[in-house]
Design a protein around this ligand. Structure first.
Ligand SMILES: NC(=O)c1ccc[n+]([C@@H]2O[C@H](COP(=O)([O-])OP(=O)(O)OC[C@H]3O[C@@H](n4cnc5c(N)ncnc54)[C@H](O)[C@@H]3O)[C@@H](O)[C@H]2O)c1
Length: 433
């Protein structure tokens, strides 16, 4: 069994220069049914942290890391441990797996309430190649005991690769520095680490990158809009700023990250934002599935957040997040402008379509991406980097490093703070008037 130490993933960190951010040839991003599992016969041990929706799927969306790992690793996959304080939930998902054709990956999986318990009882044979973290973000991304799973992994399982879900944390703003410390520890240890900003792995997104790179374009502007279908969001924590930290930090983070992926680092001091709040007339919603009166007023989330900022490059970005639509499907669009070009990504979650306008033609070319699976691509690239199987340096890439994801987290916090400042300023002005 080969244990990874220093590998390519951590060496290919993204830099502050947007054009040098890592990218993948879109023709290499293949859906599961067009690939075979990785070669080899030795076991590939994995530990799952969290037995929830991201790890085992739900009807809320296409995410399901266990399913993608099963396809990527085939019979080599051995889930040695599932860590979740909700032991019943963990046992129940394992029962279903053991009752299916992937039983060989789960028949010896042990359930633990905490990571410490697993480490204490871990045999040599059970040492993992990778740990997949899908616990809620308030339990990670910090240096504080109980919320420091990344540091625990670095200490007890040095050299073991880490995949961690977005956002890197949800916690007080003054803990963003904890994230930077964790990033440094990961970097110093040369640990392979990938963060689950899966939109970066969309074929459409990589085609946008390819057009920018091949034509040596400089991004002038990014425009992002994310309208969620609030009727389908039934988790009370999501509506409570004290728990999820608001819709930008928890959800809009995907588009804030995509903005940074194309625009580069954000001048944090330039961030300005306004919000439509729950207690303003236009902010009344008629189809919420939770009882908002149970959430203290100061913790209720904004219905609209509109932000603008400058990138360090000089380019300008904007983002509007809306808690406005009903039904199930979200409505999301992301545009990038450069001299002569507009690249518009529509519906990235459901059925991605890319509209390309380029010099010489005022009409847009439409490219549809019917069978894309960014969740598989991010897992597939992560495993390929661990296995170090490709000689070709362009082959596999981790597109979201921990440090880069901390910057996205910092950016989302800056937007939240800017809306709160704008609201306070407005209230002050109305008192004076
Ligand atoms: N990339 C995406 O599109 C996407 C989609 C869904 C979820 N996510 C992310 O995945 C993460 C988990 O979300 P989810 O929907 O699976 O949540 P969930 O509530 O369905 O599951 C979380 C699980 O973690 C367990 N848990 C709580 N504390 C824990 C701890 N300290 N250690 C281990 N397990 C713990 C809970 O008991 C629960 O079973 C979040 O960060 C979320 O943002 C990302």
């Amino acid at each position: 069994m080969s244990l990874p130490t220093s590998r390519r993933g951590s060496d290919r960190r993204s830099s502050g220069n947007a054009s040098r951010r890592p990218s993948i040839d879109p023709s290499r991003l293949l859906p599961m049914d067009k690939t075979t599992h990785v070669r080899g016969t030795d076991d590939f041990n994995v530990v799952f942290i969290g037995a929830g929706n991201i790890m085992f799927g739900s009807d809320e969306g296409p995410w399901n890391h266990s399913f993608r790992l099963e396809h990527k690793l085939g019979p080599r996959l051995k889930v040695v441990a599932l860590v979740d304080p909700n032991v019943e939930r963990a046992k129940s998902v394992l029962e279903k797996k053991c009752d299916s054709f992937v039983v060989s990956a789960y028949q010896n999986t042990r359930v633990f309430k905490t990571f410490e318990e697993f480490v204490r009882g871990m045999s040599r044979k059970e040492r993992p190649h990778a740990v997949i973290i899908g616990s809620p973000p308030m339990f990670r991304g910090s240096t504080k005991p109980g919320r420091d799973i990344e540091l625990q992994i670095l200490e007890h399982l040095p050299g073991v690769a880490i995949f961690v879900e977005k956002p890197i944390a949800t916690g007080p703003e003054d803990e963003i520095v904890d994230g930077l410390q964790i990033a440094k520890r990961i970097e110093d240890a040369k640990t392979i680490c990938s963060v689950g900003y899966m939109l970066r792995y969309l074929k459409a997104v990589q085609m946008m990158k390819q057009i920018i790179n091949e034509n040596q374009l400089t991004v002038m502007c990014t425009i992002a809009r994310y309208a969620c279908a609030y009727e389908s969001i039934a988790k009370p924590e999501w509506w409570d700023k004290a728990k999820s930290y608001g819709p930008i930090i928890e959800q809009g983070t995907h588009f804030c990250d995509l903005s940074r992926y194309f625009g580069g680092d954000v001048d944090i001091l330039s961030v300005q934002a306004h919000s439509l709040e729950w207690d303003e007339n236009a902010g009344r919603l008629s189809k919420m599935r939770i009882d908002e009166s149970q959430i203290p007023p100061e913790r209720r989330i904004p219905r609209v957040t509109a932000a603008t900022w400058k990138y360090d490059s000089g380019a300008v970005g904007s983002f509007t997040h809306l808690v406005a639509l009903q039904g199930h499907d979200y409505s999301c669009e992301f545009e990038v402008y450069a001299d002569g070009y507009s690249l518009k990504l529509v519906n990235p979650y459901v059925q991605p379509v890319l509209y390309i306008r380029q010099p010489g033609d005022d009409n847009e070319t439409t490219v549809r991406f019917g069978d894309d699976d960014p969740f598989f691509s991010e897992i597939s690239n992560f495993i390929d980097i661990i296995e170090d199987i490709e000689e070709d340096p362009e082959a596999a890439q981790i597109l979201s490093s921990y440090e880069d994801a901390v910057r996205t987290y910092e950016f989302t916090w800056a937007i939240r703070k800017a809306t709160e400042k704008s609201r306070v300023d407005k209230l002050k002005a109305s008192v004076v008037a």
